[in-house]
Design a binder for this molecule. Structure first.
Ligand code: CA
Length: 236
């Protein structure tokens, strides 16, 4: 994955159609995640956080609309375009009502599909991201003021430390791998040289958050990465 390359998840069970979509979007600078079933698509969605999704409706196993329901439960904001041979008005209405942002019927022209996908991505850029505050035990992080506190103590985080803490808190109680940290915070993919940088940032963040005498919140999970939790099982 390169920085600023839009990530598109394509779920399509017809290998030939999927293949030509993959080739087409790659040619236009997308990072493509292909999936032949809805279940495969959901796994990729959770692992990779794509920017936009193309979803077929007639799929083996779970139907596209069911998959869309699951997508919307997990991520209410990600743009989804349904690409389907079901071409009645009722089909299109039910797709849009289930939560699709756009609907294109097969057969389709790739140029139109590309234009629609680009329009969905443009719409996303101007949208403010949902602002959330995080609280874990006596640790608090305020998104708007970009400040974090442990109890009454202002942690005085640098911008990178703030992003790092926000990322850990978004995934609380789950380990976050070095790879994800590098991708999310430095927007690069193959950068093993950043491993040390991650370690230094984690060390500094720990010093600020886990003062002597306080319960430790940031844990190293061997082989998996780092995790923030107040679960006493991880007390060390
Ligand atoms: Ca199909």
């Amino acid at each position: 994955m390169q920085p600023n390359k839009p990530i598109i998840l394509i779920t399509e069970d017809e290998p030939k159609v999927l293949g030509s979509l993959v080739t087409g979007f790659r040619e236009f600078g997308f990072h493509v995640l292909p999936a032949l079933t809805g279940e495969e698509g959901l796994v990729l969605l959770l692992e990779t956080k794509p920017d936009v999704i193309i979803l077929d409706l007639n799929l083996p196993g779970r139907d596209g609309l069911e998959i869309l329901n699951t997508i919307r439960r997990h991520d209410s904001a990600i743009p989804v375009l349904i690409l389907s041979a079901r071409d009645t008005v009722e089909d299109r209405v039910s797709g849009l009502e289930t939560g699709a942002d756009d609907y294109l019927t097969k057969p389709f022209a790739f140029s139109e599909l590309l234009a629609r996908i680009k329009a969905l991505l443009r719409r996303e850029i101007g949208k403010p991201k949902p602002e959330v505050d995080y609280k874990l035990n006596d640790l608090e992080l305020h998104i708007i003021t970009r400040k974090a506190f442990r109890g009454a103590r202002d942690l005085n985080l640098t911008p990178k430390e703030f992003e790092l803490l926000a990322l850990l808190l978004r995934n609380r109680d789950q380990p976050v791998s070095r790879k994800i940290l590098i991708q999310e915070l430095w927007k690069v993919d193959r950068a093993t040289s950043l491993n040390n940088v991650i370690d230094v940032h984690i060390m500094r963040l720990r010093k600020k958050i886990d003062a002597p005498g306080e319960s430790k919140l940031i844990h190293t999970i061997r082989g998996l990465g780092f995790m923030i939790t107040d679960n006493p099982d991880f007390e060390n």
